[in-house]
Write a protein that binds this ligand. Structure first.
Ligand SMILES: [Zn+2]
Length: 134
């Protein structure tokens, strides 16, 4: 089970910029890296077009999502999580998020108006620790 997510200051700043740039709509993207024991180590956050473009939901553009997956695979990495933004609400999974998240094994990082939080699905939604590195 994953207990924490490590993400660089640079990627945290990038996600924050995406939140601002796409306001009032949600922005989303993938987190590429590796999972080591209980730690999800993000090496790169990659923005992906939100094809829904709404204020309350998101859906990764399928082609971009596939290309990101393919590219990660070639480099021996994987998509270890997904991030999305809540520009006008807190970083708590919405009902839509909860329904979508059920049985998804990757980490969900949510950047809300009140900061970032990360979650995994393990018989329910569990918050995990975010560790920022330089
Ligand atoms: Zn959400």
């Amino acid at each position: 089970m994953i207990y924490e997510i490590k993400i660089s200051h640079h990627d945290m700043a990038l996600i924050q910029e995406e939140l601002e740039a796409n306001k009032p709509y949600e922005a989303c993207g993938v987190l590429i890296g590796i999972i080591n024991d209980s730690t999800a180590h993000v090496e790169k956050a990659l923005p992906v077009t939100n094809v829904r473009r709404t204020r309350t939901s998101f859906e990764l553009d399928p082609k971009e999502h596939y290309d990101a997956w393919n590219d990660a695979e070639k480099k021996g990495k994987e998509i270890i999580g997904i991030y999305h933004t809540h520009p006008v609400s807190s970083a708590v999974p919405s009902l839509w998020d909860r329904e979508t998240m059920e049985n998804v094994t990757s980490v969900w990082l949510i950047a809300g108006a009140d900061g970032m939080r990360a979650y995994i699905w393990d018989n329910g939604i569990k918050a995990i620790k975010i560790v920022e590195y330089e």
